[in-house]
Write a protein that binds this ligand. Structure first.
Ligand code: ADP
Ligand code: MG
Length: 455
């Protein structure tokens, strides 16, 4: 006999759905950061503990949440961004389903602190399984909203175990924030591990895209980028625009970095990524993978944003044609830049010398001119603080050199032993020659001495 069909309990349905929306800690961070951007924030700070399993905290300075909305805030399908299905066609905000916060309460413990403009105090309230655990408590608050998610997946044993065994999600979180920071250049993003003084991403708000990329990915990436723009405005039926930055022939990396925003949504597009990689490998001789930032804008009705539970993918009208156009534009850019390739040379001598200096002279004792307690400072970091000192204060360097000399004599002895083992004939009674070599080594000019040590 066929088994009976029963209706699942609401709590089971919700928990299953929640597991799809919040697949891992980084998806929770993405949802929270998107909420902050939707709230018009200009500062978004993320703190993460234990790869997000213990704690995720996202604070923003956006418009906040009304006190009277707090009771339904974390119910499933409650949103301020969508009212009719048709709105989906023109939606500009990143969220629209009202599922993210609710999902988090089914798989973790959520606490929200928020204040709206003009209020004297904010409110704090905790949620479990979609409902408030207590009435909102008045509290001190700074502008905006802070959402804290603790003990993610505490009630999903298998998921928690897999996540604990696999690599920490923190690099993924940093990656997300970095991408957002490159696109939303006027928002100041920061991301740090709980208790860390230094942020791993600190974008600082800026007005230039290149500055944003520099702040997040470093100056060496920016040096090798070219601007690219593509548009297809001639066609009557479609308007498509792309602008971005792509790496040139000098850029070297083992992995492709592809930061893609379609209508301001951070998405993945495997076919576009493959097409781009293909162009690079076909044109550039070296096996370097590209760095790509692209922002594609299409009429909202050409983009279906509702095809993936975490909104990671979108589907586009005329996708092939768009990819083809972008591919052509990249090809042209690369062809041009390949003609004027720059090879970076390294100033080897001077850097080797400074390296030798810093390595050998670490921890030299220094007495300050005022006679204070001596402190260990590497010579490379010393500065002349007293104008009466001769510039450079050579005597401190000399101390370093003396210890070099001691090491050097040991080195000569070892070298001689090795030589005698290799060539026993040579080992006879050539002690006078050894003495001679030692004497020469001792009398060498200090600068040369450092170099011979390192050879
Ligand atoms: P969605 O973003 O799809 O609307 P969410 O569950 O992510 O659904 O959020 C529900 C609602 O809570 C949002 O529509 C928004 O009104 C409000 N909200 C969530 N996060 C914030 C925030 N950081 N600042 C202001 N309002 C927020
Ligand atoms: Mg949302």
């Amino acid at each position: 006999a066929p088994p009976r069909i029963r209706r699942l309990e609401e709590s089971v349905v919700n928990r299953i759905a929640a597991g799809e929306v919040i697949q891992r800690p980084s998806s929770a961070v993405k949802e929270l950061v998107e909420n902050s951007i939707d709230a018009g924030a200009s500062t978004v700070s993320v703190t993460v503990k234990d790869g997000g399993l213990k704690l995720i905290q996202v604070s923003d300075d956006g418009h906040g949440i009304r006190c009277e909305d707090l009771p339904i805030l974390c119910e499933r399908h409650t949103t301020s961004k969508l009212s009719a299905y048709e709105d989906l066609q023109t939606i500009k905000s990143m969220g629209f389903r009202g599922e993210a916060l609710a999902s988090m309460t089914y798989v973790g413990h959520v606490t929200v602190t928020t204040i709206t403009e003009g209020q004297l105090h904010g409110y704090r309230v905790s949620y479990r399984d979609g409902v408030m655990e207590n009435d909102p408590k008045p509290c001190a608050a700074v502008k905006g909203t802070q959402v804290m998610v603790e003990n993610l997946f505490y009630n999903m044993v298998a998921r928690r175990k897999t996540l604990q065994n696999s690599n920490d999600d923190y690099p993924k979180i940093v990656d997300f924030i970095s991408r957002f920071a490159v696109h939303h250049i006027n928002v100041n993003f920061s991301c740090r591990k709980h208790g860390a003084n230094r942020a791993d991403v600190h974008s600082g708000s800026t007005s230039s895209r290149l500055d944003a990329i520099r702040n997040v990915y470093g100056a060496s990436v920016v040096r090798d980028l070219m601007e690219i723009q593509v548009s297809d405005e001639n066609a009557v039926d479609e308007i498509f625009k792309m602008d971005g930055f792509i790496s040139n022939a000098n850029y070297v990396a083992k992995k492709t970095t592809m930061i893609l925003f379609i209508n301001d949504r951070l998405v993945d597009c495997t076919s576009l990524k493959r097409a781009t990689e293909f162009v690079y490998s076909a044109i550039l001789p070296q096996a370097s993978k590209p760095f790509i930032y692209m922002s594609i804008n299409l009429p909202p009705e050409h983009v279906d944003v509702n095809i993936h539970p975490t909104k990671k993918e979108v589907s586009l009208l005329n996708q092939e044609r768009i990819i083809e156009k972008i591919k052509d534009a990249i090809e042209e850019k690369l062809m041009n830049c390949n003609n004027t390739r720059i090879f970076q040379t390294q100033a080897l001598n001077s850097s080797a010398l400074t390296q030798a200096n810093t390595r050998k002279d670490k921890g030299t004792e220094v007495s300050t001119p005022t006679g204070e307690k001596s402190q260990k400072i590497p010579v490379s970091q010393m500065v002349r603080t007293d104008p009466r000192d001769p510039s450079g204060r050579l005597h401190t360097y000399w101390q370093g050199q003396t210890s070099n000399l001691e090491k050097k004599s040991g080195l000569v002895a070892v070298r001689n032993i090795v030589r005698s083992r290799r060539n026993p004939k040579d080992a006879g009674d050539l002690s006078s020659r050894h003495e001679l070599v030692t004497e020469i080594d001792y009398n060498l000019h200090p600068g040369e001495l450092i170099l011979t040590c390192d050879v």
